[in-house]
Design a protein around this ligand. Sequence first.
Ligand code: BEZ
Length: 224
Amino acid sequence: MPGLLLGDEAPNFEADTTHGRIRFHDFLGDSWGILFSHPRDFTPVCTTELGQAAKLAPEFSKRNVKMIALSIDSVEDHLGWSKDINAYNGDQPEQTLPFPIIADAKRELAVKLGMLDPDERDKDGMPLTARVVFVFGPDKKLKLSILYPATTGRNFDEILRVVDSLQLTAYKKVATPVNWKPGDSVMVIPTLPEDEAKKLFPKGIFTKELPSGKKYLRYTPQPE
Ligand code: BEZ
């Protein structure tokens, strides 16, 4: 079955983009990466999403995350559309977007990566690309996958928030609870024994008492 599961390695595809031809692994290098797909160029929701992605590009860059978009049109269309996206943002239309857009006119990548939305079709009856978010770690493995239908735009602030969680939990033995934001307390992972947790988290651990008597709700301040 086409698609990518958590832990899968990113396929090392070659593609034409608005920044030239790329090989995906070379593009990612040692960075984190986010690949976000779009149903079609010159469509309203996609334009607002790419505008917001462009505005947030410095935040992704600060986190060492390389951004790349994909849409099922040609590089020429993408370049024309980029002007509209810049204008939507109130920027100079001619400026280069801070991330490449992959041209997937034949939907080859969309099929390979399991991105098609069967409910949204173009005028020829062909399925459009759904709004996928793939986040890859520096090891090029898939760390997060979110799939939205074509009719629901994404929240890029939420995507930044999950990147913060992914990066924190990749390096520390913690998990982030519901509605966590950077700076909030985090949870000690359930498999970590109490004595090790005390050593690892010198800022202290607060365990909430529960009717079950089980001591699994263990908070600690966000580690550095
Ligand atoms: C849009 O980007 O606005 C859109 C694209 C395909 C289906 C619905 C909306």
